[in-house]
Design a protein around this ligand. Sequence first.
Ligand code: 5GP
Ligand code: MN
Length: 337
Amino acid sequence: MNKTQIHKAAEYLEDKNQLICIVMHAYPDGDAVGSALGLYDCLKRAGYADVQVIAPNPYASFLHWMPHNEKVIVAELNKKVADELIQKASLLFCLDFNGFSRTDLLEASLRLSKAVKIMIDHHPQPEGGFDLVFSDTNASSTAEMIYEFIASVWDERLVHLDAAKCLYAGIVTDTGSFSYGCNNPRTYEIVGRLIATGVDGAYIHRLIYSTYSADRMRLLGFCLSEKLVVLPGLRAAYISLSKKDLKRFNYQEGDTEGVVNYALAIKEIELAALFTEKKDHIKVSFRSVGDIDVNELARVHFNGGGHKNASGGKSFSSLDDTVRYFVALLEQKRSLS
Ligand code: 5GP
Ligand code: MN
């Protein structure tokens, strides 16, 4: 990490009694939660008296096992407390996002806050508004960057088992269990250090990926047998889920996590999409292989963004209209190419 920036961060971190808030993006994933709780553990260990962790919304139960999970303040359930903390904080860590709009109901509060804002993130096209930006699109995950940050500002020995479990979970989830975005030897060096603290990789994998409820497993079966639409001519496949579909399987937050990857696992499919009907919008998830840039697709057409091969966004049309729009876009792109 850049020495001048690390020096600046160390300066901002001089006061051990200041209120520090760690903020994650909306509907946080394993990398966001793992990075936040890993950093929390290290800050507490380094002697910071008042560190708070804030998530905009509730998140998947397969992330609840992480150490310190009970400390997370969920803004959707406790907006007043979350807003007050953000206003009182003198230092804010913004993890796994690079624009305030990614925090949904916390956006206004973050923009208003006078705190020093440190961004640590690995998504492309960082936005303004931060005082210190650690942005690395080559990092596998924000969790990997948190390890580097801790090692640079303090010492890697500050990462004990509890923090290591969280950071390991972040790296595992953002690389699809070391299947993409992880061709950098440094990722494995860091993973090696985390394992050396005592992390049981197989056990953590099980906690994340093998703790389905029966409903969630049946929803996956339903998606694949009833809802998967394959468009061979466009090398694309998609799944769309209405509120009614979700209700039928007693949907819980996180139950559709990973579903889109199955559509991408079909031979010759290079772009996969999942459309999920939420309370007031359609959540869109894209995955792609190789040079197909779904970050652009999400950014330009679906109010979102993300990585080149994994992105997401929102649509405010109906579910059917959103799907029709998506298919028409692909047909248009094909006819132009
Ligand atoms: P997922 O499909 O798993 O929700 O998200 C895939 C990737 O896209 C993640 O890296 C996530 O950060 C990003 N992403 C998801 N939704 C949004 C969104 O609404 N806006 C932006 N900018 N990125 C998103
Ligand atoms: Mn991430």
